[in-house]
Design a protein around this ligand. Structure first.
Ligand SMILES: [Zn+2]
Length: 449
């Protein structure tokens, strides 16, 4: 079975161990050495820092190497020869890039990213570990999966590369894509007997809202959500599990073996990271870029140091603010876990109190069915600073009487104040009046553009 060609069981059970830390440092030194020889650009960067690849310590490396955005790490998309520049940065021949992809550009200009055969292989290693966790560590369960790929079926990581990787693992896949829309996803899942849904939480929620009975009857074994934080918000996760009648898995990463996936333990403890041997993960303060100790409960901006494939061994951030958990998970699988708190770009500051849209989503979702769960944060000026009160547009539920709305707004505001220390001003809007997204949820409505 192709799965066994990619699954490295020994690594799966060795995450976050002392042995793994040694392996990471060894790999980092090796790769700094290789890149200093193969990539003139990386060599220049290394020389500027004054570190010695063969003997650098983790502390020296962190002190010397600045954090850059993942966009810059991948080479700019505005240059004249994107492929050539990227090949030079990675120290490979440009024809070695066998899959040329790009981000969707929903949060700015699209950034290209290119994959070599080695990158695809390591992606398959990472997904194999994630699928092992998703199957509840059961080969029989794994063999029974038929995946419905309902992420945008395009150049984004969760699109074409995801389909290619599932095929490599021998997991049958129905590539219907988010573009197909709810009706086609439901139709093909039923006709072709798909039983494992890959989608954004906003699309899965939208499908359940439009076709509540049909989606329940589809009999999915699991819903695997990614590309946005929803499924890690406990209220959203519970609502989806009730809507679909099956466990909902929260996942992140994929390319270059970055595998974050939540386990089946009833107490949600964040997504397990299953690829310490492929990437060193760090936390930094988004403002000062100082390292934050990687301890249980720590919150900071996510930074990755790749140890595989065509990514230079630089410190790059995808821009997510996360919380990490290093105490053993109750499910028994070793390794640390992570919860996405929000995108650093999405951070709002109301009278100095930091609040992320995903956290507001959690509070709103707890009031379903009195509300539909759909809402917008309306901003009068560019974030992060918000002049109080924080303004929300919230859809009330189908069966809520108008005379109840004022009281309900008070209850939501009170709950938000208790949990997030922010008291919002709520404007009610009719059910289904806010636009639904088939790909990623946009929580923010800008009044200043
Ligand atoms: Zn667990």
């Amino acid at each position: 079975m192709a799965f066994r060609d990619y699954f490295q069981e020994d690594m799966y059970y060795r995450q976050n161990s002392a042995e793994m830390k040694d392996l990471q440092l060894r790999k980092l030194r090796e790769r700094l050495k290789i890149y200093s020889e193969s990539s003139p650009l990386v060599n220049m960067l290394i020389e500027n820092t004054g570190i010695k690849p063969e003997e650098v310590t983790m502390e020296q490396y962190n002190a010397a190497v600045p954090v850059i955005t993942q966009r810059d790490a991948g080479g700019s998309s505005s240059g004249s020869d994107i492929v050539g520049n990227r090949a030079a940065l990675s120290g490979v021949d440009e024809q070695d890039f066998v899959l040329l992809c790009s981000t969707s550009g929903t949060t700015g200009e699209p950034s290209p990213y290119f994959l070599t055969e080695e990158d695809l292989q390591v992606t398959a290693h990472g997904l194999a570990r994630a699928m092992w966790m998703i199957s509840g560590e059961s080969e029989e369960e794994l063999r029974s999966f038929r995946a419905v790929q309902a992420f945008a079926l395009s150049m984004v990581g969760a699109g074409m590369p995801m389909v290619e990787t599932l095929i490599r693992l021998g997991i049958p896949v129905i590539p219907v894509g988010a573009e197909g829309g709810t009706e086609r996803i439901v139709y093909f899942t039923q006709k072709l007997r798909g039983n494992l849904l890959f989608s954004t939480p906003s699309l899965a929620e939208h499908m359940a809202e439009v076709e509540p009975q049909k989606v329940k009857d589809l009999g999915f074994k699991r819903i695997v959500c990614g590309a946005e934080p929803g499924a890690g918000v406990i209220e959203v996760k519970k609502k989806m599990e009730a809507d679909y009648g099956c466990p909902v898995v929260d996942a992140m990463g994929l390319l270059w073996g970055m595998a974050w996936v939540s386990c089946d333990h009833p107490e949600y403890g964040g997504m397990h990271f299953l690829a310490d041997d492929f990437h060193i993960i760090q936390l930094v303060d988004p403002e000062t870029q100082e390292n934050i100790p990687f301890e249980d409960g720590a919150v900071g901006q996510l930074v990755l140091v790749p140890l595989v494939g065509s990514l230079p061994p630089m410190r790059a951030t995808p821009g997510d603010s996360v919380q990490v958990f290093t105490q053993p998970c109750k499910c028994g699988v070793p390794g640390w876990r992570m919860k996405v708190v929000g995108r650093t770009d999405d951070m709002l500051k109301v009278k100095g109190v930091v609040v992320f849209p995903a956290a507001i989503d959690g509070v709103i979702a707890a009031f379903v069915p009195q509300v539909t769960g759909e809402f917008r944060i309306t901003l009068d000026a560019p974030p992060p600073k918000v002049e109080p009160p924080l303004k929300l547009k919230v859809e009330y539920g189908e069966n809520v009487k108008e005379e109840r709305l004022q009281e309900l707004a008070g209850e939501i505001a009170e709950e938000m104040h208790n949990r997030l220390k922010v008291r919002p001003q709520i404007t009610w809007v009719k059910p289904m009046s806010l636009e639904r997204s088939t790909y990623k949820t946009r929580f923010i409505e800008k009044n200043y553009e």
